[in-house]
Write a protein that binds this ligand. Structure first.
Ligand code: SAM
Length: 196
């Protein structure tokens, strides 16, 4: 039986400062990907963004159209206090599954694994609906670790990830991550999936 992973669950985690997932800065695989992007006007979404060091970095680097969404307000306030000029209208408190929009790039990090596994198909369909044609889902997934847990993070096997994602995207990159942050080395896959 999984814990109910609702707004209260996540809110309590932030209140208790029980946020072990927070790397404290943009992680190396996502930084390496962002650093090679040339178009600063890409419409970028970070779902389940948390304190969103990724969005902060993107903003600092001059990306002009970065939106974050989180079901809890507190981490959005934290981002705003670190980056006071981050556009208010791009800080969305709400449920990712109710978001409407069209993005060029969605960045995934410890959001897929934070969801009840019963929502994985819905996540894939929602990501697809939020991506423009040929838009990309890019980021990291816990692979072959954190299996059979009752609380997040929920990992998945390589085969499960293939079954969730590959029927719906063209995989530009879907492989073991070589530049994970130290605590996640050997535990992540890096994905760059193009909306099919
Ligand atoms: C494990 S944390 C990851 C945060 C961030 N991605 C990071 O790497 O630091 C998962 C986040 O997803 C948020 N979340 C959970 N369910 C959500 C939903 N349905 N819609 C939006 N955010 C959600 C939680 O509030 C939490 O901030």
């Amino acid at each position: 039986m999984h814990t109910t992973l609702d707004k209260d669950f996540w809110s309590n985690r932030y209140q208790a400062q029980d946020t072990g997932w927070d790397a404290g800065s943009i992680t190396t695989p996502i930084k390496a990907y962002v650093d090679q992007l040339e178009d600063k006007h890409l419409k970028i979404l970070v779902p389940g963004a948390g304190n969103s060091h990724e969005a902060e970095y993107l903003h600092q680097q001059g990306f002009t159209n970065v939106t974050v969404i989180d079901i809890v307000q507190a981490p959005l306030d934290n981002l705003k206090s670190r980056s006071p000029d981050f556009p208010e209208a791009h800080l969305l408190q709400g449920d990712f599954f109710e978001l409407v929009g069209q993005y060029d790039l969605i960045i995934e990090q410890t959001f897929f694994c934070a969801l009840n596994p019963s929502l994985r198909e819905s996540y894939v369909q929602k990501v697809k609906s939020l991506l423009k044609p040929e838009g990309k889902l890019v980021g990291v997934l816990f692979c072959n670790v954190f299996l059979d847990r009752t609380e997040p993070p929920f990992g998945a096997t390589e085969q499960q990830h293939q079954e969730y994602f590959l029927p719906h995207f063209i995989a530009k990159h879907f492989a073991s991550c070589y530049n994970s942050i130290a605590p996640r080395q050997g535990a992540e896959w890096f994905i760059c999936l193009i909306n099919d």
